[in-house]
Design a protein around this ligand. Structure first.
Ligand SMILES: Cc1cc2nc3c(=O)[nH]c(=O)nc-3n(C[C@H](O)[C@H](O)[C@H](O)COP(=O)(O)O)c2cc1C
Length: 423
C-alpha cells in the first residue's frame, strides 16, 4: 500500500485551520518535541538521516545544507522559504500553502531552531493571492496560540515569520535573486561565492529551502529520520514526492508517490489514466519545462533523481508534462523558449542575448522561413549558454532546445522543407 504524508489532507479548504492541524495531524507535536527534547544538532542529524533532498529543483540534501550554516555568527541567521513556484508545470507547493499551511509553519519552526534563526521569511510568488491570504491567516493563528513569537512552548526559543509577496518574476525563484528581491533590490542573481550559507539574506548566513522540503520536516521529527528515508525506494532519496502531472493525460493533477516507487510510464498510465483521447504518447518533459525532453521510448525509467540524471534529464521540481502525438513539438519549444527569453533578467550576456536569438530562430523556423543553417545555429547558440551564466536560468533555457532538436530533429526539418507553414 502506498504511504502518503500530504495527499490525504489536500482538497478541503477547512483543513487549513489550526483546529484541523491539531486534531487530525498531531499539529505542532514535532516542534514541541524538537524544542524540548532535541538539540539543534540532533535535529540536523535527523534530517540528514532522512535523506530528504530539496524539492525546489536541484535535489540538494536538506540536512547537509543546514549543516553548512555556521554555528557561531555575529550576524543574524535566516531560514528563507522559497514559495515562488514559478517553474512552468509546477503546482504542488500551492497545495501545501492552501491545505496544510501549518505544516509549513511547523517545518519553519523546527528548521529555524536547528540553524539558529530568529526570523524566518516566506517568499511567495505574486500571483499566489489566495495562497498568501490562507498562509498569512495560519501564521496569525500560530501567533495567537503562542506557537510563534516569544518563548515558544515555554522554551527560551523565539521565532518570527514574515510572509513576503513577490511581484511575479520567474528569476525570483532562483535563491540569490530571491534574496535580493526580499531585501528590496532588483531580483537579479548574485555572484557565488559567497554562497547564502555564508552570506545570504541581509548579509547573514542563510538557508533557502523549497516549501515541500520544509513541510516534510515535521514528519521526519515525528517518525524519525530512518523510517522517513525508507519511504523512498532507492538509496539516496527519502520520503514521498509531490508530482504535478499536466498535459495530455486524462487525469491531470497533483499526486503523491513514495520516492522511486513508480516509473514515468506508470505515473502516466496508472495515476494520469493514460493519454488524452487514447492517442499515442510522443514526448514527456519530466521535471518542469527546463528538464531535457524524453521520447516515448524512454519512459520506463524509475521516476527519481538519480535514474533521471542517468538518462540525461532531471527530476527538477517533479512537474511532468505529457505530450501526445497530436502536439507540434516545434511550436511547443518556441513557446517554452519565449518564456525563458521573457524571464531572463538580462544580467548575463549569454542568457540575455542567447535566449532572444533562440526565440528568433525558432520563430523563423515555425513561420516557414528557416534553413538548416538556422537549425544548426539554434543548437550552437544553446550550447554556448549552458554553464556560462551566474544562475541556472541559462541552462534551463538551453536544455530544452538541445534535447528537442537532438531527439526530434525530423520535426524541425519538416518545417524547414516548407512542409508546414503558418498555422
Ligand atoms: C531560474 C530559477 C528558478 C527557480 N525557481 C524556483 C522556485 O520557483 N521554487 C523553488 O523552490 N526553487 C526554485 N529554484 C531553485 C532555487 O534556486 C533553490 O535551489 C531552492 O529554492 C532550494 O531549495 P531546496 O534545496 O529545498 O530545493 C529556481 C532556480 C532557478 C535557477
Amino acid at each position: 500500500m502506498r504511504q502518503t504524508l500530504f495527499a490525504q489532507h489536500f482538497g478541503k479548504p477547512s483543513n487549513a485551520s489550526l483546529a484541523y492541524y491539531l486534531t487530525a495531524m498531531h499539529g505542532y507535536a514535532s516542534a514541541r518535541k524538537a524544542l524540548s527534547e532535541m538539540t539543534p544538532d540532533q535535529v540536523i542529524e535527523e534530517v540528514k538521516k532522512s535523506n530528504l533532498r530539496g524539492r525546489g529543483g536541484a535535489g540538494f540534501p536538506t540536512g547537509m545544507k543546514w549543516g553548512f550554516i555556521p554555528k557561531q555568527s555575529e550576524k543574524q541567521k535566516y531560514l528563507v522559504c522559497n514559495a515562488d513556484e514559478s517553474e512552468p508545470g509546477t503546482c504542488k507547493d500551492r497545495q501545501i500553502l492552501t491545505y496544510t499551511p501549518h505544516l509549513l509553519i511547523e517545518g519553519l519552526l523546527i528548521g529555524s531552531y536547528a540553524i539558529g534563526c530568529k526570523h524566518a521569511y516566506v517568499y511567495i510568488r505574486g500571483e499566489y493571492t489566495h495562497e498568501a491570504k490562507v498562509f498569512q491567516k495560519a501564521v496569525d493563528e500560530a501567533y495567537e496560540k503562542g506557537f510563534l513569537g516569544k518563548n515558544i512552548f515555554g522554551s527560551p526559543y523565539s521565532l518570527d515569520i514574515t510572509l513576503h509577496r513577490g511581484a511575479g518574476a520567474y528569476i525570483c525563484g532562483e535563491e540569490t535573486a530571491l534574496l535580493n528581491s526580499l531585501e528590496g533590490k532588483r531580483g537579479e542573481p548574485r555572484v557565488k561565492p559567497p554562497f547564502p550559507a555564508q552570506s545570504g539574506a541581509f548579509g547573514g548566513p542563510t538557508a533557502v529551502n523549497n516549501v515541500e522540503s520544509i513541510a516534510n520536516v515535521p514528519f521526519i521529527i515525528s517518525m524519525g529520520g530512518e523510517p522517513f528515508a525508507k519511504l523512498g525506494k532507492l538509496d539516496k532519496s527519502g520520503g514521498t514526492r509531490l508530482i504535478s502531472l499536466s498535459g495530455h493525460v486524462k487525469k491531470p493533477g497533483v499526486y503523491e508517490i513514495q520516492a522511486g516507487e513508480l516509473t514515468l510510464r506508470q505515473i502516466i498510465d496508472d495515476l494520469g489514466g493514460g493519454i488524452l483521447n487514447d492517442r499515442k504518447l510522443k514526448a514527456v518533459i519530466p521535471g518542469g519545462s527546463s528538464a531535457p525532453v524524453l521520447t516515448a521510448e524512454e519512459v520506463d525509467v524509475v521516476y527519481d533523481i538519480e535514474p533521471l540524471m542517468k538518462i540525461g534529464t532531471m527530476m527538477g521540481s517533479a512537474a511532468i508534462m505529457v505530450v501526445s502525438e497530436d502536439a507540434d513539438l516545434v511550436k511547443l519549444l518556441l513557446r517554452i523558449t519565449k518564456f525563458y527569453a521573457h524571464e531572463s533578467c538580462g544580467q548575463c550576456t549569454p542568457c540575455r542575448e542567447g535566449c532572444q536569438w533562440m526565440e528568433s530562430l525558432l520563430h523563423k523556423i515555425v513561420h516557414g522561413h528557416g534553413s538548416t543553417d538556422d537549425l544548426n545555429l539554434l543548437v550552437d547558440v544553446a550550447q554556448n549558454i549552458g554553464g556560462k551564466t551566474l544562475c541556472a536560468l541559462g541552462d534551463a533555457a538551453a536544455g530544452p532546445v538541445i534535447s528537442f532538436v537532438k531527439k526530434f530533429r525530423p520535426e524541425f526539418e519538416e518545417y524547414i522543407k516548407g512542409a508546414k507553414h503558418h498555422a
